[in-house]
Ligand binder design. Sequence first.
Ligand SMILES: *Cc1c(COP(=O)(O)O)cnc(C)c1O
Length: 402
Amino acid sequence: MITAVLPTYARIDLEFERGEGCWLVTTDGRRFLDFTAGIAVNVLGHAHPYLAEALAEQAKKLWHTSNLFRIPGGEKLADRMKASTFADTMFFTNSGAEALECAIKMARKYQYASGHPQKNRIITFEGAFHGRTLATIAAGGNAKYLEGFGPDMPGFDQVPFGDLAAARAAVTDETAAILVEPVQGEGGVRVPSPDFLKGLRALCDEKGLLLVLDEVQSGVGRTGKLFAHEWTGITPDIMAVAKGIGGGFPMGACLATEDAAKGMTLGTHGSTYGGNPLAMAVGNAVLDIVLAEGFLDHVNAMAGRLTQRLAEIRDRHPSVIAEVRGQGLLMGLKAAVPAPDLVTALRAEGLLVPGAGENVVRLLPPLNVSEEEVGIAADKIEAACRRIEASLAAEKVKGAAE
Ligand SMILES: *Cc1c(COP(=O)(O)O)cnc(C)c1O
């Protein structure tokens, strides 16, 4: 019999009762160090008192009014994002996929409003993940996510990630934009060379295309800059954001320059919930902390510490960990064993991590993780490596005996 909740997720059988910073506590009292952080969402960990207070205060006043009326919290948040990024304007959504939907619509509408209605195709990259709506599974191009949901939404042309020449060769008279993650998260924590984004920017400028960045996972401090593209010195025309921006409250946003947004006039887009007062109260509280002096320095210091410990662990356990990759606290361990085995061994040590493509295990701690917690995580990773090595050795002995 089908479960009452549609069975689309392979859920781990753990029930959490509460969270405390970087830790999760199960209903039966077990404590786990949480380097999943809701898949790069809980940038300030669990039950952060400042966020809890902001949410509770707003909840006592006003939850929802719709976008038929002004929402002062949203105007404030947009002003602050405008002051901190390339963007002149932004649209609030409830999720990453919706932020991408807005970005895709905006890119097409820009070309339409510029007198190029035939320019409506978007170049995307292999290994990309942009969400699970019809447009975003077509943009992501992952056959597993597309199967059976056809007809596939047209308008996307996919080329290998990191391949500038292939992107150039894919541009036609119908190309409107290039859509790319500065660092692929779900795809396996793949960090392209800085020249790749710079090259895409130059290509867009040369051909009259918009550069659309998906910073849903890489944004809001995750890589040690407010947004990952800041490491490369270029800026996009449009950017989709979600995950970290709400610190666990469902919210997203599509940011754009004034020029890129020129087609998005009165009545062209909308959302009932997008940018509601509860979300905006939490979003502003997240920004209070992430934009504060020293916050990103802390992220970079913790990333440096974690990277150093992981490199040592890889050197000692090459039969378990093949490679350490990532940027800031968007880290990945490419496993030399099946990645799900490493995830399971880490959980047995009390460390929660998500997997990713390319046989990678992601490490996505809350950004306010302490140096002590980074050390505890590294010790648990080393213990998991020993656990796996012991079972590999036992299998070998067994194999030899047979
Ligand atoms: C998670 C993610 C999305 C989709 O966000 P949802 O909130 O699940 O719709 C899109 N792009 C990237 C890069 C992501 O990591």
